[in-house]
Design a protein around this ligand. Structure first.
Ligand SMILES: Nc1nc2c(ncn2[C@@H]2O[C@H](COP(=O)(O)OP(=O)(O)OP(=O)(O)O)[C@@H](O)[C@H]2O)c(=O)[nH]1
Length: 454
């Protein structure tokens, strides 16, 4: 009988059917009315039940508690009832109890998996030979045990997989870095929480566009560059890009690309817009004069040094003129109109220079009311012409203090640099001496330095 039953059951176990299906075959083969399997692991209980009668997990637990089977340490224990098993299982339901006359309950331990299992089988008639049914159940349970072990290991692996997926999903959604991926047809397939927060678009909104990337980079050429950096030759190093977000603000984002095992590419980005702004402000503070907006002494001298390095006697394009300017009688302006008007005079002077300068000219404040203009590939004649132009502009547009006109003039020293001089301090001394000559000989004029005169 046991062998016949097992022969019937084996294909079901091999086909990995559900526990309910297997119990149904057992019931049908043995003529049983009810069977269940209960699994207890990590304080969580599961029941699989089949038969003509309903048995809840609570019913099964009450029975196990009553028989103290759970506390019994033996791995194997088979309990058989010749009669009235229904009374034990359903003590409060007298009508149902009549239906179940006899039964077998078997305990099985999975030591390695720290799991307990219970198999129960009940019949509507009293069993004449308990030992036969007991032997059948022992063999049956042994087979069931292997099958259940397989299911449990599979379930655990699935649970672990689910746990890992949940962890990575949380990481993907909550990490303070941008993560996204687009497929070959330009559809967005990954768009994490930080992307949605920063750019203001959801993945559904992106995929309603024929080309989602156009939302961030309206320039088609820029889009081409992005695509090639992602798809053609994925740039692993962080590169700086300037996407536009939903409210129109231009961002600064560092992007890197990671090739995943399935050959898809995940782009990872870091929003550095605020950091970049601070950097730019610091850079500006370090190189630009606060009051006038022209270069400060430090950066002007650096630019002069760079120009000197490039300057070669046989390369006329590298020659340049250097003009050192100083406002005349500036102290008087401060004394008469006050320091704020003195500041306004400095700004006005710089505005005039800026307005009439060639874009290639470099212009900085050396300190106080002293300035330096570097004029690339400009000879002495043109440099002198330029200083006259500034003088005329200042005469035409005096500084206004209310309705009062404040005349401004300057003296200047000019040096033409043609590659024979390499020392900045000597050049500055030459320009300064020429400026001093201009002051001494009446002011409001430009004097050309005698050395390097050409
Ligand atoms: N308002 C204002 N004044 C400044 C600033 N820097 C320097 N000064 C003033 O500029 C004046 C320069 O005076 P001086 O060196 O005697 O030169 P000057 O009066 O222009 O006379 P000459 O150069 O000989 O024509 C001083 O009174 C400084 O206090 C500034 O940033 N703002």
């Amino acid at each position: 009988m046991a062998l016949t039953l097992l022969a019937k059951l084996m294909p079901w176990l091999a086909a990995q059917r559900s526990m309910e299906d297997i119990l149904s075959v057992i019931n049908a083969s043995l003529g049983a009315q009810l069977s269940w399997v209960v699994i207890e692991q990590d304080d969580a209980w599961q029941i699989a039940c089949n038969g003509e009668m309903e048995c809840t997990l609570h019913d099964a637990q009450t029975l196990l508690e009553q028989l103290q089977l759970r506390r019994n340490q033996r791995a194997w224990r088979v309990i058989c009832w010749r009669r009235n098993v229904g009374k034990l299982l359903f003590p409060t339901q007298p009508f149902t109890t009549n239906k179940l006359q006899s039964g077998v309950l078997c305990k099985l331990n999975y030591k390695d998996l720290s799991i307990k299992g219970y198999f129960f089988l009940a019949f509507a008639y009293p069993l004449s030979s308990l030992s036969i049914i007991k032997n059948v159940v022992i063999i049956l349970v042994e087979k069931l045990k292997d099958y259940m072990e397989e299911i449990i290991i599979r379930e655990r692996a699935a649970k672990e997989m689910q746990r890992v997926v949940t962890q990575y999903k949380a990481l993907f959604d909550r990490a303070p870095v941008l993560m996204n991926s687009f497929d070959k047809t330009n559809r967005c397939i990954l768009w994490n929480g930080e992307c949605e927060r920063l750019f203001g678009w959801s993945i559904n909104e992106l995929n309603q566009q024929s080309d989602p990337l156009a939302l961030f980079f309206p320039d088609p050429e820029m889009r081409q560059q992005i695509r090639s950096s992602v798809n053609t030759s994925p740039a692993v190093d962080m590169h700086e890009w300037h996407p536009i977000r939903r409210d129109g603000q231009v961002l600064t984002v560092l992007w890197s690309n990671i090739l995943l095992p399935d050959r898809s590419i995940l782009s990872i980005g870091l929003d550095i817009t605020e950091r970049k702004k601070v950097e730019q402000q610091l850079e500006k503070k370090a190189t630009i004069d606060d009051l006038t907006g022209c270069y400060n002494r430090f950066s002007m001298l650096r630019k002069l040094k760079e120009a000197l390095v490039q300057c070669k006697p046989d390369e006329p394009r590298s020659h340049f003129s250097l003009l050192m300017l100083d406002l005349d009688y500036f102290k008087k302006i401060n004394d008469r109109w006050g320091h704020l008007t003195g500041d306004a005079a400095l700004v006005h002077f710089c505005d005039q220079i800026r307005e009439h300068s060639d874009p290639s000219y470099l212009f900085g404040r050396l300190g106080g009311e002293e300035f330096l203009i570097l004029m690339p590939h400009t000879d002495r004649k043109n440099a002198l012409r330029f200083s006259q132009k500034i003088r005329a502009a200042l005469a035409c547009s005096p500084l206004l203090s209310g309705s009062e006109k404040i005349p401004l003039s300057f003296s200047a020293g000019l040096v033409f640099v043609c590659g024979e001089q390499t020392d900045t301090s000597i050049l500055l001394t030459l320009a300064d001496n020429a400026l001093y000559d201009a002051k001494r000989s009446g002011r409001s004029k430009t004097v050309v330095a005698s050395a390097f005169y050409k």
